[in-house]
Ligand binder design. Sequence first.
Ligand code: BEZ
Length: 239
Amino acid sequence: MENNQEQKAVSMPRIGEPAPVFKAVTTQGEINFPADYKGSWVILFSHPADFTPVCTSEFITFATMEKQFNEANCKLVGLSVDGLYSHIAWLRTIKEKIEYKGMKNVEVMFPLIEDITMEVAKKYGMMMPGESNTKAVRAVFVIDPKGIVRTVLYYPLSLGRNFDELYRIIIALQTADEFNIATPADWRPGDDVIISPAGSCGAAKDRMEGKEEGLECKDWFFCTKKLDKDTVLKKVLKK
Ligand code: BEZ
């Protein structure tokens, strides 16, 4: 039993598997996860504690970008192992008192889960005892409209996340799904994309001989094609 509990504390959702199910109280009412988010992308993320500076800078940044994420059909859900009244008080303080990088009067509209029992944090592998026994690390789970985990990121307590990168991940995953391609290092909409590797010796030869139009092949296994920014944004942002 003890072993089982320990096991639970270190378990984590894996890419390609269904997001673990839970019910929780949040600053926006009760949620059933991931059922309530069917049809949307979701970023479920944890932060170590309310009323701490790095977390405050993160919440101001994320809340300011929420509309941008929503336009990409992505909803945000936060979690810490604090209680509901602490969450409410912290979000009120952020709105009333805190300015960060010119962002002020920021209202956090996305739900923030209370998880005093650490039930959700343990289910999602957000507790890392080597880092802290009492605070969740900065975990990020990107979950697709079918409830499948598509990306997992972990940051330590001292390191605030890069929210531009989280947005890039949402756009890149949707682009990969919509156009059946992969995205290379540091890809941004408008950059060339990678097509699936040649599946036979014949296809490899054809590619190297330039028989497939529109491809640029650095070698038989590494071929890119153009995918313009407007086409990507039209599909992903419906613009
Ligand atoms: C912070 O958000 O500032 C923070 C939280 C926990 C430990 C260290 C820093």
